[in-house]
Write a protein that binds this ligand. Structure first.
Ligand code: NAP
Length: 245
């Protein structure tokens, strides 16, 4: 389905990003996996290669403009083009508003929102020239609903929706689509940190009665990255078990 496409996935070392990278590779894409942890990235690249796929690791911090530019350069160097960018890298620094430190705000906005902007700007030149591209931004259901204790995170994720729609309008004429996915609560390191009680309370809010799996998000990414999704741009796809409608 994605044979010979080249996909950059940020935050590919763990969790949702790792699952996206594996799933796109399984569909035939060549993967450029990025994050800060070199060891985990190499492990992922090894796994993709052992399954007959092609992948390279590029270590970098998405919040750095030079790292974002280098990521796209390395992708072009390795595979000659970039068809898909998944802006998935993200962090939380939770805290109630009155106790939230400037640094907690800045770090979250820099990684989650500015990181996506930097990678998108870097890849836009290549995709515009190719007259083909698929950009997928990993937002969150809490960017749509809000969540106490996550003002920084929710602002970054709501910001990604604005970024998605603006860039979708800018790049549409170049046949580059830009969409956002808003996962609900997905079982990963990020949600493993929750207490059992918090987990039960969360599950009670989800009509489908379970946390999501990383594969639930990977399937949605694979669809939006495909040729079949060519008439979809500027959209926000909720993958949340019905917790927000
Ligand atoms: P995770 O397990 O904590 O993984 C986060 C990934 O982002 C890691 O690969 C991490 O790699 C990378 N990363 C963090 N800071 C980075 C930086 N400065 N530069 C480059 N890479 C960085 O989180 P996850 O649950 O898979 O979440 C993935 C995305 O989905 C995030 O954007 C998150 O906000 C979003 N999301 C998650 C959920 C959920 O329930 N899990 C729900 C809604 C949305 P390194 O540490 O190696 O850099």
């Amino acid at each position: 389905m994605l044979k010979d496409k080249v996909a950059i996935v940020t935050g590919a070392s763990r969790g949702i990003g790792r699952s996206i990278a594996l799933s796109l590779a399984e569909a035939g894409a060549r993967i450029v996996a990025s994050a800060r942890n070199a060891e985990l990235l190499e492990e992922l690249v090894g796994q993709i290669q052992s399954q007959g796929g092609q992948a390279v690791a590029v270590v970098g911090d998405v919040a750095s403009g030079s790292d974002a530019d280098r990521l796209v350069e390395k992708a072009v160097e390795a595979f000659g083009r970039v068809d898909i960018l998944v802006n998935n890298a993200g962090i939380t620094r939770d805290g109630l508003l009155l106790r939230m430190k400037d640094q907690d705000w800045d770090e979250v906005l820099n990684v989650n929102l500015k990181g996506a902007f930097l990678c998108t700007r870097a890849v836009a030149k290549v995709m515009s020239k190719q007259r083909f591209g698929r950009i997928i931004n990993m937002s969150s259901v809490v960017g749509e609903m809000g969540n106490p204790g996550q003002a920084n995170y929710c602002a970054s994720k709501a910001g990604l929706i604005g970024l998605t729609k603006s860039v979708a309008r800018e790049l549409a004429r170049r046949n580059v689509t830009v969409n956002a996915i808003t996962p609900g609560f997905i079982a990963t390191d990020m949600t493993d940190a929750l207490s059992e009680k918090a987990r039960q309370e969360l599950t009670a809010q989800i009509p489908l009665g379970r946390l999501g799996a990383v594969e639930d998000i990977a399937h949605a990414v694979k669809f939006l990255a495909s040729e079949q999704a060519g008439y979809i741009t500027g959209q926000v796809l909720g993958v949340n078990g019905g917790m927000y409608m």
